[in-house]
Design a binder for this molecule. Structure first.
Ligand SMILES: [Zn+2]
Length: 273
C-alpha cells in the first residue's frame, strides 16, 4: 500500500514540476518575443556596447528581448566591495545573449547567478601547457565559469569587452560559451549540437591539435596559447573571435567557421565591426 502512495506522490510531484517548467518556458519566450527593454537600459547599450547599433534590425530587437528575459531570471552580486549597477547587469546580459541570437531554442538553463569582481581575480591554478605537462602557477583570471550555475567576472574586463567590440577579447562571451558547453556537465568543447557531432569533433579536433603544435614551436596564431590548453578553452576562445572578428576568423579557419556557424547560426563574417 505504502509503495502505491509513494508512486502516486512521485507522479504528482513530477506532473507539478513539468507544469512549472512549461509555465517558466512560456513566460521566458513571451519576454524574449515581446519584452520591452526600459529606455534607460537601451541608452546603456547604445552608449557602452557599439555592437548593438551595428546588428541587423531583427537581431538587435531579438537581443533586447533576450536581455529582458535574462535580467528577469538571473541574479547578480558584487564581490570585493563592488556594488552592482544597472550598467553592469545590462552589459553582462547583452554580451551573454549574443550567443543565443541565432539559437532559437537555447537558453542558459543552468546559469543562476553572476558574481562581479572589480578587477581580475588572482588564483593558483593547475593547467596543462602546450607540451602536455601540468603546471601550477599564479594567474590573473578575468572570469570563471562553473557547471553548478555560476559565473564570476571582472568588471574592468567586462566593460572592455563591451566597448571594444573587435579585438577578439570578451570575457562575458568566453564564460557564456563555457556555460553552453557545460550544460551537459562535461565542459569538453562540445556543446549540445542538435546533430553533426562527427563533423564537429573531426574539425575541432584537427584544428585544436594544429594549434597545440603551433604553440609548441612558438608559432603565432589568431587564437593564441590559452586556446591550446584544453578543448573547452579552444571552444570558448574560438567563440570570442567568432563574435568579434568573424571576417578574419572565416578567412583563417574556414572549416572551423562553418562549424561555429552551424552551431550559433549567426553569420558574424557579415557584421561590419
Ligand atoms: Zn575559459
Amino acid at each position: 500500500m505504502i509503495i502505491y502512495v509513494l508512486v502516486g506522490v512521485a507522479g504528482l510531484l513530477y506532473t507539478l514540476w513539468v507544469f512549472r517548467s512549461y509555465r517558466i518556458t512560456q513566460q521566458r519566450n513571451k519576454l524574449i518575443a515581446h519584452g520591452i527593454l526600459p529606455s534607460e537600459y537601451t541608452q546603456i547599450l547604445e552608449k557602452q556596447m557599439p555592437l548593438v547599433a551595428r546588428l541587423p534590425e531583427q537581431q538587435s530587437r531579438r537581443l533586447k528581448g533576450l536581455v529582458v528575459a535574462f535580467l528577469d531570471e538571473k541574479s547578480f552580486s558584487g564581490a570585493g566591495g563592488l556594488v552592482i549597477t544597472d550598467e553592469m547587469r545590462v552589459l553582462i546580459a547583452a554580451n551573454a545573449c549574443l550567443l543565443l541570437l541565432g539559437r532559437e531554442k537555447s537558453w542558459y538553463h543552468g546559469l543562476k547567478h553572476i558574481i562581479v569582481y572589480p578587477e581580475v581575480m588572482i588564483k593558483m591554478q593547475r593547467t596543462m601547457n602546450a607540451f602536455g605537462v601540468m603546471e601550477e602557477k599564479k594567474i590573473a583570471l578575468a572570469g570563471e565559469s562553473w557547471s553548478y550555475g555560476c559565473i564570476a567576472l571582472a568588471w574592468s574586463q567586462t566593460k572592455h569587452g563591451a566597448t571594444c567590440i573587435n579585438d577578439g577579447r570578451n570575457v562575458v562571451i568566453h564564460e557564456a560559451a563555457h556555460q553552453l558547453d557545460q550544460a551537459d556537465a562535461q565542459g569538453d568543447g562540445c556543446p549540445d549540437l542538435d546533430g553533426g557531432f562527427n563533423e564537429w569533433a573531426k574539425v575541432l579536433g584537427r584544428q585544436y591539435k594544429k594549434l597545440v603544435k603551433q604553440c609548441q614551436v612558438g608559432e603565432k596564431s589568431m587564437l593564441g596559447d590559452y586556446a591550446a590548453t584544453h578543448p573547452a578553452e579552444f571552444f570558448a576562445v574560438g567563440t570570442e573571435y567568432y563574435f568579434e572578428q568573424g571576417k578574419r576568423f572565416k578567412l583563417l579557419y574556414p572549416d572551423l567557421y562553418q562549424q561555429f556557424y552551424g552551431y550559433y547560426r549567426v553569420d558574424t563574417a557579415t557584421w561590419e565591426l
